[in-house]
Design a protein. Structure first.
Length: 234
């Protein structure tokens, strides 16, 4: 059963500092995600993989096409949805692990992770306990849990980011290079967490430049090169 269907999705950026030149990035992208499936966006750097994830999450507005998801018992087109609905869908339906940790300064790592559950009505003490379990599983030293992540290494920040994304039970989870800054041991942990999400019925869509990881976890490969516009013609 498809939980997300993208049809004829396109994105054009208008470059205002260059006289309003239109720069097409994605054209006629069509694919679907099924519950319990891990699909991977594949293609060379710059082909538009991250742009697709950002359109699905609502960070970028799509120029053309539809993104259909089930929300509140009915299909919703994210391309046409009001900002309030997009925020609700982010809270309840679509999770996202980005490449970079962007958080409020001075908030501790454990609070950053737990907040995702608190927002969904989970008791704060239970949320903090679950956050601690995930940070421990991702091998983040306990001495760092109650410190703000601004001074953490890139790999430590990414583990906080992953814990924050995986702590909820969103039906759809988007992953933008979640293993890029991790060592081999923590890459293995994240791959096992992805398998667990699949077994729980989560639909995952990710970007993984590591071919070995991509080949091991992908049920479906989506070739984004097929959605790239002819920039010479544009």
């Amino acid at each position: 059963m498809s939980v997300l269907i993208a049809t004829d999705l396109g994105k054009i950026f208008t470059m205002h500092l260059r006289g309003g030149i239109a720069s097409p990035v994605i054209r006629n992208a069509s694919f679907s995600l099924a519950a319990g499936e891990c699909a991977v966006l594949n293609g060379p750097s710059g082909v538009g993989k991250s742009s697709i994830l950002k359109m699905l999450y609502g960070n970028y507005g799509a120029t053309t096409g539809q993104i259909m998801v089930q929300y509140g018992g009915k299909p919703i087109d994210l391309v046409a949805a009001a900002p309030r609905i997009i925020l609700e869908i982010r809270r309840d339906t679509i999770g996202y692990v980005s490449q970079f940790l962007r958080v409020v300064p001075r908030v501790s790592a454990r609070d950053i992770v737990a907040e995702r559950l608190v927002e969904r009505g989970i008791d704060r003490s239970r949320a903090l306990l679950r956050a601690s379990e995930l940070l421990n599983r991702l091998n983040l030293p306990e001495r760092l849990w109650d410190l703000p992540p601004a001074t953490f290494s890139g790999g430590e920040q990414q583990r906080v980011n992953i814990a924050r994304g995986f702590i909820t039970s969103h039906p759809i989870l988007l992953l933008d290079e979640p293993t890029a800054s991790l060592d081999a041991a923590n890459r293995a942990v994240v791959m096992e967490m992805i398998r667990e999400k699949k077994c729980a019925g989560t639909a995952l869509l990710g970007i993984f430049h590591d071919a070995a990881i991509r080949d091991e976890i992908a049920d479906t490969i989506i070739d984004v090169s097929g959605f790239a516009p002819d920039r010479k013609a544009a």
